[in-house]
Design a protein around this ligand. Structure first.
Ligand SMILES: NC(=O)c1ccc[n+]([C@@H]2O[C@H](COP(=O)([O-])OP(=O)(O)OC[C@H]3O[C@@H](n4cnc5c(N)ncnc54)[C@H](OP(=O)(O)O)[C@@H]3O)[C@@H](O)[C@H]2O)c1
Length: 246
């Protein structure tokens, strides 16, 4: 039973589809209900068990409710993909700090709220459920490992995700809850589209005309991570388009 945040588009949507394709029941969490309903229809049409959870993960009560409803409706929780995220780029000098607030609230705190709510269920699943292992997959970024001019605040949020995930991994890995960081490079999704036009054109010129990955490429990596045998834990998956240099 899997919970995927940010399942209404991009990597989250592709991951929900991929996990359902492996036979998982999937809870879809994000704010855009219409998009989640459309995906749920497709998944249940293909014979899958699916739950729609209209959730703003920056609100701790909603994050908790998403987790608890998943457990109530699907019976248990043994995979969580913390994928919801926002990337607002631009210089630090003169920044609109409300953009920083939005990113910290979503990329860091939202992920932490979902994690805190899910951990008791993941620990129980690892103890009692048939797989005897459970998975927390946190979607970070190359930006969690490589700082870039014009990406300081986004870098800071993804660095935080990496630090939190590694500390948590050390805390719970012996209890068979695997914590995995997935760190994509450029993927063709809606993510960059939330930026101001001048930031967007700076991003395009810094990355160049490279062939980007598709959301399905990351979903494929996440599926690989959560389908390893119990004794194998992929701690980090850094995955760039072949043509992306940094
Ligand atoms: N695309 C890339 O190049 C790239 C590279 C590295 C890492 N990543 C990471 O991959 C993750 C997914 O991004 P994406 O590329 O798939 O972009 P995306 O298509 O923009 O997806 C972002 C998802 O987050 C959800 N979301 C936003 N605010 C939310 C909130 N408050 N509560 C719950 N859900 C919320 C959005 O749904 P709603 O708007 O419906 O809530 C959407 O489903 C992010 O963490 C991003 O940092 C992406």
């Amino acid at each position: 039973m899997a919970l995927v945040t940010g399942a209404s588009s991009g990597i989250g949507e592709a991951t929900a589809l991929a996990l359902a394709g492996e036979g998982a029941a999937v809870a879809l969490a994000a704010r855009r209900r219409d998009r989640l309903d459309g995906l749920a229809q497709k998944l249940s049409g293909d014979g899958g068990r699916v739950l729609v959870s209209e959730t703003d993960v920056t609100d701790e009560e909603q994050a908790i409710a998403a987790v608890e409803t998943t457990v109530e409706q699907l019976g248990r929780l043994d995979i969580v993909v913390n994928n919801a995220g926002l990337m607002l780029l631009g210089p630090i000098v003169g920044a609109d700090t409300s953009e920083w607030t939005r990113m910290v609230e979503l990329n860091v705190l939202g992920l932490m709220y979902v994690t805190a709510a899910a951990l008791p269920h993941l620990l129980r699943a690892a103890d009692e459920e048939p797989r005897q292992v459970s998975d927390l997959v946190n979607v970070s970024s190359v930006a969690g490992r490589v700082a870039r001019l014009g990406s300081g605040a986004y870098n800071a949020t993804k660095w935080a995700v990496n630090a939190f995930s590694e500390a948590l991994r050390q805390e719970i890995t012996e209890r068979h809850v695997r914590v995995t960081l997935v760190e994509p490079g450029a993927v063709s999704t809606e993510l960059a589209g939330h930026n101001r036009p001048e930031v967007l054109s700076a991003l395009r010129s810094s990355l160049g005309d490279i062939e980007r990955m598709e959301a399905e490429d990351i979903a494929d990596a996440i599926t690989y991570v959560v389908t390893r045998p119990r004794h194998v834990a992929l701690n980090e998956v850094l995955i760039r388009p072949t043509e992306q240099v940094r």
